[in-house]
Design a protein around this ligand. Structure first.
Ligand code: PLP
Length: 376
């Protein structure tokens, strides 16, 4: 990315544009268009809403955690009537509960089902394939919109196969890039909705993007240096193999949970089927402040653990194990946590790192990490 910015109306740029637009399709697993905005993930959330919905529309969302709550608040600000199914922030969505809501909605007033795939605030991953099956079983025509912000490129995701209408993502998680790119992968049904919806938009307008995108260009100045990075990130993922990337994330997550369980601490996510391959949120024992512990770890070992967000503030810390992460980087992080627990005087059983190592040593054919870094 540390290269001169090129003229974004030049033939050289068109090659870059085409490479990243087509390459992104392979990561979303779609043959349809992927829109790339110069934006954060929040911008891409907004683009999904303003291109498809109209003020007064009803949508179904599930309170999986802080990010689902923020997306819900954004939808409400746009005049959307949100049926926000309450949740305890300790699991992914319940596809059966969604199915029941859709089955009750005989007159099809629900215009969209909006779900966060990997809830970064809790470490719970929702089963989007099962949500799709729920929509199909009820023959409900609602759009399916999915936040893949912290799952894309780290957790199995299939935009076309799961008939997702808008997949929202961004650059700073599974793509392993700095922040600054927002993505919308869109279905034909979503584009059709955009023809008649009543939400005002300009910067986020998909069709304005798609016109110049056809030649590899953008309607306004793109984040060229981030696109250089994306041009490398996509083949990096594909060279390792998406399935191998997903397996590596699951193994590292399992090793993290082995350490947490051994320490005698609690994993926040209570539904094993929803354990996140991306991050693990750890519950602090009662009477101990997670942020004080995080501060000790940061000061002593220069390691930044994720904070508890919103109602989880002070109650949990989060260990990220996504992207450019391998056995040894994970074990370094777990060692930092274990040393930090001792330094902070938090009751725990030592030997969590050994438990993680033991799990990582069980290397069957299926779970051998093919990541080039794992052989370093
Ligand atoms: N959704 C999820 C699941 C996230 O994890 C985040 C950020 O971490 C967002 C949305 C918001 O993205 P951004 O901070 O890039 O606007």
């Amino acid at each position: 990315m540390d290269m001169p910015v090129i003229d974004h109306r030049s033939p050289e740029f068109a090659e870059l544009g085409r490479a990243v637009l087509e390459g992104s399709q392979t990561i979303f697993k779609t043959s349809g268009p992927v829109i790339i905005f110069p934006s954060s993930g929040t911008g891409a959330w907004e683009a999904a809403i303003v291109n498809t919905l109209s003020p007064g529309d009803k949508v179904l969302m599930v309170e999986t955690g802080h990010f689902a709550t923020l997306w819900e608040q954004m939808a409400a600000r746009w005049g959307i009537e949100v049926d926000f199914m309450p949740g305890d922030w300790r699991r992914g969505v319940d596809p059966a509960a969604i199915e029941q809501k859709l089955a009750q909605d005989k007159s099809h007033t629900i215009k969209a089902v909006m779900v966060v795939h990997n809830e970064t605030s809790t470490g719970a991953t929702s089963r989007i394939g099962e949500v799709r099956a729920a929509l199909d079983r009820t023959k409900h025509p609602a759009l399916l919109m999915v936040d893949t912000i912290s799952s894309l490129g780290s957790v199995d995701y299939r935009h076309d196969e799961w008939k997702v209408d808008v997949s929202v993502s961004c650059s700073q998680k599974g793509f392993m890039l700095p922040p600054g790119l927002g993505f919308n992968a869109i279905s034909q049904k979503a584009r059709d909705a955009a023809k008649t919806n009543k939400m005002p938009r300009s910067y986020w307008d998909w069709e304005e993007m798609l016109k110049p995108n056809a030649q590899g260009f953008f309607p306004y100045t793109p984040a060229t240096n981030l696109l250089y990075g994306l041009r490398e990130a996509i083949p990096t993922l594909l060279e390792e193999g998406l399935d191998q990337v997903f397996t590596r994330h699951k193994r590292l997550a399992a090793a993290t949970r082995a350490a947490v369980n051994h320490w005698g601490l609690e994993v926040l996510c209570q539904e094993p089927k929803d354990y996140s391959p991306v991050l693990t949120a750890v519950v602090m024992p009662p009477g101990y402040d997670a942020d004080k512990f995080r501060k000790i770890v940061a000061e002593r070992y220069n390691m930044s653990l994720g904070t508890g967000l919103a109602k989880l503030a002070g109650k949990v810390f989060r260990i990220g194990h996504l992207g450019e992460c391998n056995e040894l980087t994970l074990l370094g992080a777990l060692t930092g946590v274990e040393m930090g627990l001792s330094a902070a005087g938090i009751p725990h059983r030592t030997g969590g790192v050994d438990a993680a190592m033991e799990l990582l040593e069980e290397r069957g054919e299926d779970n051998v990490s093919k990541h080039p870094a794992s052989g370093r």
